[in-house]
Design a protein around this ligand. Structure first.
Ligand code: UDX
Length: 446
């Protein structure tokens, strides 16, 4: 009997918590549509996830880079180095594996690009961020001389021409290093002229304001297939950190919509003074709170012992607060007891909260988080931002406004409407479902 070989798609995720799970969900979707999938990961930040994806093949590139390289170089220079180290190793890998038909790589690991071009292999870029973020990086590069980056103080509140509602201060220009190096990284990340498509973990229902501008800019088709964690074939990808599931039991004891959940993702770092104000503001708000304090996420000491007695009393004695190192976030956001989210606005957290109909207090730190904040506050209108220096009084007022205030209630209603739209978008006939079908067709034809 004649056996038809399935196309083999090689997928390369970026080795960061905010990037790996969404690409793994895409891999599961493509595998369930009949493609053979190979995942190539870096040794940097490696932890074994293969048990959760038994249908996929896994390989690792031995880049020899470590956490200490990232701390000494800073994030931007580290990513540039990771790419230059991995390019020759990937070339070697491809010479040993000649059954690859198609490549999909995360935009931040662009090392496969040149190798794929040399071998005439079709490829697409995967972005774990919003379409608006991709456009904003491009605008920064195109206008870097004219805008004198970072934008001057007097310009910060002004709207960026033809990119409303974004202001100069919303652009992802906070550098973990020099502006020149950041622009170099963005030019590598944004180079899309030789790819046959761009896949975003986003949805037309969230970003239809920006999709045609993006298609015009890159001149290739855009596939908005997300939120990928909502798709039928989504598989839970284990995290680098260990989830503390006890918090779900604590949530069971709380009243509906009463809890404020606080988390700032996998990379953001809070200053110790802000940490103390946040802690005391939570106590003063009188609302129950579930707080993720990731190890290493506070400058100086992050021990609960160093916080004022009142805070420790609220957590240990009154059981009004629950603190974990890492939470099962998607389950927490979907829990009936959680009424609001204090968040840094990473793209995954933004998608997860809107998928649960959850309003947000935005406290962005860096990168695309300002762009996402503006989307939530001014396009979806499901959030508000707390800007400037944080005091316990500001935290208290913000928590009350979100959880018990009228404005918070209106945001929750809008978020629930968006949630329903997103659930529909990944079902048959929805825009993300159709985008996935178009993607499958395009890979098959390539
Ligand atoms: C990074 C960038 O900071 C972010 O802006 C970009 O869009 C993606 O890469 P990160 O900062 O970690 O990501 O934030 P985010 O995108 O929100 O991803 C964090 C992930 O960790 C989410 O999927 C969230 O569910 C998960 N998480 C976070 C947990 O599972 N438990 C926690 O306690 C905290």
């Amino acid at each position: 009997m004649l056996e038809i070989r399935q196309k083999r798609v090689l997928m390369i995720p970026a080795p960061f918590e905010g990037h790996l799970p969404s690409m793994m969900n895409l891999a599961s979707s493509l595998s369930s549509r009949g493609f053979s999938i190979t995942i190539v990961r870096t040794q940097f930040n490696f932890y074994d996830i293969s048990d959760h994806f038994l249908d996929l093949r896994f390989y690792t590139i031995d880049d020899g880079l470590s956490e200490s390289d990232m701390s000494s170089l800073g994030l931007v220079d580290f990513i540039l180095k990771l790419n230059s180290v991995c390019e020759p190793l990937f070339k070697e890998f491809l010479t040993l594996h000649d059954d690859v038909d198609f490549i999909i790589h995360d935009e931040f690991v662009y090392f496969p690009r040149q190798v794929a071009e040399d071998l005439n292999l079709p490829k697409m870029v995967f972005s774990a961020s919003s379409v608006a973020t991709s456009i904003s990086r491009c605008l920064l590069m195109e206008n870097q001389d004219q805008w004198l980056l970072p934008p001057q103080e007097s310009k910060l509140e002004e709207l960026v021409p033809e990119f409303h509602p974004f202001r100069y201060k919303d652009l992802p220009v906070t550098a973990h290093g020099s502006i020149e190096r950041l622009m170099l990284l963005y030019s590598n990340v944004s180079k899309r002229d030789t790819c046959s498509g761009i896949i975003h973990n986003s949805s037309n229902d969230l970003e239809n304001l920006f999709t045609s501008a993006a298609e015009d800019k890159w001149g290739v088709e855009l596939y908005l297939v997300g939120p990928l964690h909502l798709t039928d074939s989504a598989t839970s990808c284990p995290s680098f950190f260990e989830e503390e599931r006890k918090c779900l039991e604590w949530l069971e004891k709380q009243e509906t919509n009463s809890v404020i959940y606080i988390s700032i993702g996998s990379l953001a770092i809070t200053q110790e003074e802000e940490f103390v104000e946040l802690a005391m503001g939570l106590v003063q708000s009188n609302q129950p709170f579930l707080w993720v304090i990731r190890p290493g996420s506070i400058t100086g000491s992050n021990s609960l012992e160093s916080l004022p007695e009142q805070f420790r009393q609220a957590v240990t004695h009154d059981e009004r607060g629950f603190v974990v190192n890492w939470a099962p976030q998607k389950e927490v956001l979907g829990h009936r007891a959680v009424g609001g989210f204090w968040n840094h606005c990473g793209w995954n957290s933004s998608l997860e909260s809107i998928s649960c109909g959850m309003p947000i207090i935005c406290r962005p730190y860096s990168g695309d988080q300002r762009v996402n904040t503006r989307l939530m506050t001014n396009v979806w209108e499901t959030a508000f931002e707390v800007e400037g220096e944080l005091s316990r009084g500001i935290v208290e007022m913000a928590v009350k406004k979100l959880i018990v205030g009228e404005e918070g209630e209106d945001m929750r209603k809008r978020a629930i409407i968006m949630k329903e739209k997103l659930e529909a978008s990944v079902r048959i006939g929805g825009s993300s479902y159709s985008a996935l079908n178009r993607l499958v067709y395009s890979i098959t034809r390539s």
